[in-house]
Design a protein around this ligand. Structure first.
Ligand code: BES
Ligand code: MN
Ligand code: ZN
Length: 493
């Protein structure tokens, strides 16, 4: 467990294993950023020249290590490039890159520039997120994350608030990353629901869990149909945060496929090996609910986790089966690999019973999202243009890239079924992310403003770590959802 604390002393006086500073490009080469003044003095004003001689340019993501050779107690300085315009995300990424470069150290001082509470929070959050590691299954001697992070150069009153908020959010994101990274053999729908119950107990959320029997009795045909091919039965979890003075309600719905084999419409091997991440949407909803409970915004928030394992077996649903979604509408399942929209349909309809003012769903829904927007940018669709723009803006402020996408009405026709109300895949080949959104839209309760985030790419990093983002589970959308709850509380949605 990492701790984060504040110290008003200059970092060059602290007994730490390393000091993280910022470095920006300059005409003369590079300039150390605010926060590094004391260190520069202790090095006789030679910090910029030393960094330049080591090849530092100050560009974002660059990490330069500099030995201090006894000039200050800390043996090493890690100078992280800030790039040209230093916004909150640049600070988060720099702090994250600095901490990643220091795995194995016990105590690290972070002396990045932070002129406001928001910037202090960005530095703290980036450091904590970059310091994440999934160690539960390691037995080798890879270095552990940093144990103690000390923020310097931040005014104390502001800094304490910033550090506490950052810690709450970082814990939520780490929970999501852990859930995504956990092998699916150890995270069945039941295990996920148990974790949700534990989080609820720890944070004071109300929790209701529907097991496979309750799901059949309640008529949740989407979740039951997807889950019936697995030895691990499905669950629907409802979490609720209530504020006594709230006037608005936000509903969140997350796709929680603990493993997506594709079912009988089986995926090829190279598309299947990362499908433990197909519960990233439900993870984000659980993580966000835990942070919201701790932050206490003046709004009510309900969160639904639609949990099932999509497996092929003698009891699995078949392509051409017809299922009945909660509320009674029928779906012809022409492809069992388009399972996310089936479990989501049940939960979207059910969320109408909470009479939400705003409904936001998050799902690793389509490979087409990756084709359209790549691995890092989420697609945002909505039945309300203003809401879509607010969600994209909130995601941007949270440091989670996203892009608004349309829901073209003509795509509905491709989902026509000759035997049921709707089919789960389209005869049209193009625009698969949008088609999935159009399918979900059918199940949005009447009159409810709704936004849909497709995070198929952003939820899981198959590439190398960057900034504060590790390999594997990223916790994508968690911070956006927390921000949306705060925005609705402030009357900004
Ligand atoms: N879980 C997948 C989508 C996905 C793909 C998530 C890659 C993350 C990375 C989803 O259940 C799926 O299989 N979608 C199909 C839908 C198709 C059958 C209409 C897809 O995108 O291929
Ligand atoms: Mn699938
Ligand atoms: Zn899936």
């Amino acid at each position: 467990m990492t701790t984060i604390s504040l110290d008003s002393a200059a970092p060059n006086t602290l007994d730490v294993d390393a000091i993280v500073i910022g470095v920006a490009p300059a005409d003369s080469g590079v300039t150390p950023a605010a926060g590094a003044e004391g260190l520069d003095q202790a090095l006789d004003g030679r910090l910029a020249a030393a960094l330049k001689s080591l090849g530092a340019t100050g560009k974002a993501g660059e990490v330069t290590k500099l030995p201090t050779l006894g000039a200050v107690p800390a043996p090493v300085v890690v100078a992280v490039g800030l790039g040209e315009d230093v916004d909150a995300e640049a600070l988060r990424r720099a702090a994250g890159a600095g901490l990643r470069a220091l795995a194995g150290s016990a105590r690290v001082a972070v002396a990045l520039p932070a002129a406001s509470v928001a910037e202090a929070e960005a530095v703290a959050l980036g450091a904590l997120l970059g310091n994440y590691a999934f160690t539960a299954y390691r037995t080798d001697d890879r270095p552990d994350p940093v144990g103690e992070i000390i923020l310097t150069g931040v005014r104390t009153a502001d800094g304490a608030v910033a550090a506490a908020r950052a810690e709450t959010v970082a814990q939520a994101v780490a929970l999501v990353r852990d859930l995504v990274n956990t092998p699916p053999s150890d995270l069945s729908p039941e295990d996920f629901a148990d974790t949700a119950a534990r989080v609820a107990a720890d944070t004071g959320l109300d929790v209701e869990i529907l097991d496979e029997k309750a799901l059949v009795e309640g008529g949740y045909g989407g979740i039951v149909g997807v889950g019936q091919g697995s030895a691990n039965p499905p669950r629907l979890v409802r979490l609720a945060y209530t504020h006594p003075e709230a006037t608005r309600t936000l509903a969140l719905v997350g796709k929680g496929i603990t493993f997506d084999s594709g079912g009988l419409s089986l995926k090829p091997a190279d598309a299947m090996d990362w499908m433990k991440s197909d519960m990233g949407g439900a993870g984000a909803v659980l993580g966000a609910m835990s942070a919201i409970a701790k932050l206490g915004p003046k709004v009510n928030v309900v969160g639904y986790l639609a949990l099932a394992e999509n497996m092929p077996s003698g009891t699995a649903q078949r392509p051409s089966d017809v299922i009945r979604i909660y509320g009674g509408r029928t779906v012809e399942v022409l492809n069992t690999d388009a399972e996310g929209r089936l479990v989501m349909a049940d939960a979207l309809v059910r969320s109408g019973e909470d009479a939400p003012d705003v409904l936001v769903d998050v799902a690793t829904l389509t490979g087409a999202q990756l084709v359209a927007l790549g691995t890092r940018t989420a697609g945002v669709m909505a039945n309300d243009d203003a809401l879509r723009e607010r969600v994209v803006a909130a995601a941007d402020e949270a440091g989670e890239p996203s892009w608004g996408m349309p829901l073209p009405a003509e795509l509905r026709k491709g989902l026509d079924s000759s035997v049921a109300d709707i089919a789960n895949i389209s005869g049209d080949r193009w625009g698969g992310m949008l088609t999935a959104g159009v399918f979900l839209q059918e199940f949005v309760p009447d009159g409810v403003r709704w936004a849909h985030l497709d995070i198929a790419g952003p939820s899981f990093n198959k590439g190398e770590p960057y900034g504060y983002t590790p390999k594997g589970g990223t916790g994508a959308a968690t911070r956006t959802l927390v921000r949306l709850a705060e925005e609705l509380a402030a009357g900004n949605l």
